[in-house]
Design a protein around this ligand. Structure first.
Ligand SMILES: Nc1ncnc2c1ncn2[C@@H]1O[C@H](COP(=O)(O)OP(=O)(O)OP(=O)(O)O)[C@@H](O)[C@H]1O
Ligand SMILES: Nc1ccn([C@H]2C[C@H](O)[C@@H](COP(=O)(O)O)O2)c(=O)n1
Length: 418
């Protein structure tokens, strides 16, 4: 713990902190001298004792696992007078500098139970705790960085004044997307699952199914067409009709061989879950390589889904927080087979909901999120459009199924010379 704190200290005063209150971020930073700046919004009128908890470990798996557990741990053990808000800390425009955690306000009579819990956390878990104190006159707040086992009643390594900070140019949640939420090579995703082998037995089962990377793959002789879109936009209906109309092979990502492991990975934090889906694409790519030597290939979801859902989940807030068009975040992995054409089905939200209702199946958590959270749906669609690499054409899927099929067949014949 001490080493972890020390490595952060040189950059500590350059860090910006963001606390999200009712979905709105409030930014503040720290400085060594008090220069009479305003008190940051999050501290104004705050009568409680405030703390920040930032998850911090060089072991990325431990960090991801602990962040996922931390909220439950806090909600279960903190006194009811405590209020938790999502928070993060970052170095503006510095990739991989994001630390995620929670801002805690405690309005209970005695702060001792909360401090005991926080002290236990700093001793056992990869978490960095700061407490905040109001100055005598009320106009100044200081941040106290706890070192191993310290509480703010003990000598702190350093006190900093908190001051309001500007909103950063790039939303902080975009800083850690690369190789935490989206993987741009087989190797990067492989390493995540390899490190999980001891704690998640299913990770070993996935690794055993992966293709060997020794020989470069030949481009398939026949066209490869990927069908993408949010759930219930008609991908299954269309891919099956295309298979029959074109005498094509029909594949999907994740591939069927990963179905027994999928539910387990869906319960894991984004780092592990997204690595699983990324590797699924490489297994499907291997199958495409084989089938594409014999027939055209239709694929139900591929890398667009993996990247767009991951980016939309990682980036909180409105659509404008997404990385801009042209960002490296949207680049196609250099070692992943590129389809000849990607067709992205879109549907009016009301019609999509009607189809979901008619289908009457149980929904995954993420599907429910899509249903309830219009913002998330818009972010997935925007990310779909921004992904670079293969040609991607958006098709309105609201006409009857046979009309959608005819339109897509026309597109395929035009673009893939079938
Ligand atoms: N063009 C269409 N017009 C009307 N209903 C359609 C159309 N295409 C599909 N449907 C119906 O909408 C529902 C969802 O379609 P489908 O299962 O093909 O979507 P999907 O994109 O594969 O969904 P998911 O990703 O959740 O598996 C089904 O009940 C299907 O019969
Ligand atoms: N290639 C893929 C396919 C799917 N996913 C993820 C994205 C969503 O969380 C979910 C949607 O799949 P469905 O429920 O329609 O089977 O699976 C992915 O990341 N990559």
């Amino acid at each position: 713990m001490a080493r972890r704190t020390m490595s952060l200290l040189p950059h500590w005063s350059s860090r910006v902190f963001s606390v999200e209150l009712n979905g709105t971020p409030f930014y503040f930073s720290t400085q060594e001298k008090h220069r009479g700046e305003e008190v940051p919004r999050v501290f104004r009128g705050n009568d409680g004792q405030c703390y920040s908890l930032l998850v911090c470990s060089s072991d990325t798996i431990r960090r991801a696992k602990f962040y996922a557990e931390l909220k439950d741990k806090l909600l279960t053990n903190l006194p009811p007078e405590c209020h938790l808000s999502p928070m993060c800390s970052f170095l503006p425009n510095i990739k991989d500098s994001l630390l995620k955690g929670y801002f805690l306000t405690d309005t209970s009579e005695s702060s001792s139970p909360t401090e005991r819990l926080l002290r236990d956390l700093t001793q056992r878990d990869p978490v960095l705790v700061c407490s905040y104190l109001r100055g005598e006159t009320g106009g100044v707040w200081t941040q106290h960085l706890w070192s191993d086992g310290d509480s703010h009643t003990m000598q702190m390594p350093k006190d900093y004044y908190v001051v309001p900070a500007e909103a950063p140019e790039h939303h902080p949640s975009t800083l850690n997307i690369i190789n935490s939420d989206v993987f741009y090579s087989f190797e990067e995703a492989y390493q995540v699952l390899e490190k999980c082998g001891d704690i998640i037995p299913e990770a070993r089962a996935v690794l055993a199914l992966l293709p060997s990377r020794e020989e470069p793959r030949r481009k398939p002789d026949f066209p490869v067409i990927v069908i993408e879109g949010l759930d219930a936009t008609g991908k299954t209906t269309l891919t099956e009709s295309l298979r029959d109309a074109l005498g094509a092979s029909l594949l999907r990502s994740p591939p069927h061989c990963l179905s027994p492991m999928r539910a387990r990975f869906d319960r894991e934090p984004p780092l592990i879950r997204r690595a699983f889906y990324a590797l699924g694409n490489y297994i499907t790519a291997e199958q495409i390589g084989q089938e594409g030597m014999k027939t055209p290939v239709i694929v139900d979801r591929f890398w667009h889904s993996t990247a767009a859902y991951a980016i939309a989940t990682a980036v909180s807030g409105p659509v404008c927080n997404l990385p801009a068009e042209g960002s490296e975040v949207y680049c196609w992995p250099s070692d992943l087979l590129q389809p000849s054409l990607v067709v992205c089905l879109t549907l009016d939200p009301e019609e999509r909901r009607r189809r979901l209702r008619d289908r009457g199946q149980g929904k995954t958590e993420e599907e429910q999120e899509l249903d309830h959270n219009q913002l998330f749906r818009l972010k997935v669609e925007k990310a779909y459009q921004r992904i670079s690499g293969p040609v991607c054409v958006t098709v309105d899927a609201s006409p009857p199924a046979d009309q959608v099929l005819q339109q897509v067949l026309l597109l395929i014949r035009g673009k893939c010379h079938l």
